[in-house]
Design a protein around this ligand. Structure first.
Ligand code: SF4
Length: 291
C-alpha cells in the first residue's frame, strides 16, 4: 500500500513538528560541518551513546580538518579508541588531508565533492550535505528505511539492502524546500531511533499513528528472510549478505559503484565484494556485477 502525495505531506509535516519538540540535544546538531562529518564517520557502525565521548575528545583535539591533517594517521587511529572498525579513523584522517590540501581546510559543500573524499559513500555524503549544509538530499539510513516501510508499505522491516527503487520512493517523501528536506531527514531518523524502534515501537506516542499502514494492518510480523541479531550487525558476513542480496534483486546486474554504495563502510564493502568474487558467488563483467 503506497501513500498519496497529500498523506506524505501531512506525515512529513507532523514528524517535523514532533522532532522540533522532542529531538535529542546531540552535540553534532550544533556544530561545524567538520563536526558533522566526524560524527557521521563515528556513527557509521557505532551507537550514539558510545560516540558522544570520543566525538567530544576528537573535536577538542582537532577542531578543524587542518588540525587532524597535521598529525600522522596513527594519531587518529589511536584516538579512535574503542569505537571499533579503526579503518574509519584512517579514512577520516585521509579525508582531512584532502580537505586541507584541496579545499582550503573547509569541508566541501556539494555532494559530488563530498563523495570524492576517502571514506565517504552515498549515504555519508547525503547526510553531511543535509545535516551540515541544509541541503536537499535523500538520506536513507536504517532508521529512516524502517519508518518508511512501516508507514508506507505496511511492513515491519525493510529488506536487508536498499534497492534503487527504494531510493526513488524515498525521494517522493522529500520536501522541495531544502531546509524542510534537511529537517525531514533529521526528523524521520530521530523518529526511527526514539519511537519507531526496531523491536518495540511506541505507536501510541507516534505523531503519524493514524497514517501508518503497518499499524492499520494490525502489526503483521515480518515474513521476509530471517533478521540477524546484534552479533551479526556490522560484520563482513552481514556486508557480504547485503551486497549479494542487492545483486540478487537486480537480475540484469548492478554496477560495482552501486553495490559498494549499499554499505556505509567503503573498505569493508570492497573487501566483502572481493570475497564474493573469489568465492564465485558473484561474477564481474567490466563494471557490472551479476550472479
Ligand atoms: S505508528 Fe508505530 S509503526 Fe507506525 S510509524 Fe509510528 S511508531 Fe512506527
Amino acid at each position: 500500500m503506497d501513500s498519496t502525495r497529500d498523506e506524505r505531506r501531512e506525515a512529513v509535516r507532523r514528524v517535523c513538528d514532533w522532532f522540533l519538540e522532542h529531538r535529542r540535544d546531540l552535540p553534532w546538531r550544533r556544530t561545524t560541518p567538520w563536526g558533522v562529518m566526524v560524527s557521521e564517520f563515528m556513527l557509521q557502525q557505532t551507537p550514539v551513546q558510545r560516540v558522544l565521548g570520543p566525538w567530544q575528545e576528537w573535536m577538542t583535539r582537532w577542531p578543524e580538518p587542518d588540525d587532524l591533517a597535521a598529525e600522522p594517521p596513527g594519531a587518529a587511529v589511536a584516538a579512535w579508541g574503542r569505537l571499533g572498525y579503526p579503518r574509519r579513523a584512517q579514512r577520516l584522517h585521509r579525508a582531512a588531508t584532502v580537505i586541507s590540501e584541496q579545499h582550503g581546510g573547509r569541508v566541501p559543500a556539494t555532494q559530488e565533492e563530498l563523495r570524492a573524499l576517502p571514506g565517504v559513500g552515498q549515504y555519508t555524503a547525503a547526510a553531511i550535505f543535509s545535516f551540515a549544509f541544509g541541503g536537499r538530499a535523500v538520506v536513507l539510513d536504517t532508521n529512516i528505511r524502517r519508518v518508511l516501510h512501516r508507514l508506507d508499505k505496511g511492513e515491519q522491516y525493510p529488506p536487508v539492502s536498499a534497492t534503487a527503487r527504494e531510493w526513488r520512493e524515498a525521494e517522493d517523501w522529500l520536501p522541495e524546500d531544502p531546509a524542510q528536506a534537511a529537517l525531514w531527514a533529521a526528523a524521520s531518523m530521530e523518529l526511527g531511533a526514539l519511537v519507531c524502534t526496531a523491536r518495540n515501537p511506541r505507536c501510541d506516542d507516534c505523531p503519524v499513528r493514524d497514517l501508518c499502514t503497518w499499524r492499520a494492518l494490525g502489526h503483521p510480523e515480518h515474513d521476509g528472510p530471517p533478521r540477524r541479531g546484534q552479533a551479526w550487525h556490522g560484520t563482513d558476513r552481514q556486508c557480504r549478505g547485503v551486497l549479494l542480496d542487492l545483486v540478487r534483486q537486480n537480475p540484469d546486474g548492478v554496477t560495482v559503484e552501486l553495490a559498494l554504495d549499499a554499505w556505509a563502510d567503503r573498505g569493508q564493502a570492497e573487501r566483502s565484494l572481493a570475497g564474493l568474487l573469489a568465492d564465485e558467488l558473484v561474477r564481474r563483467d567490466g563494471e557490472l556485477l551479476t550472479l
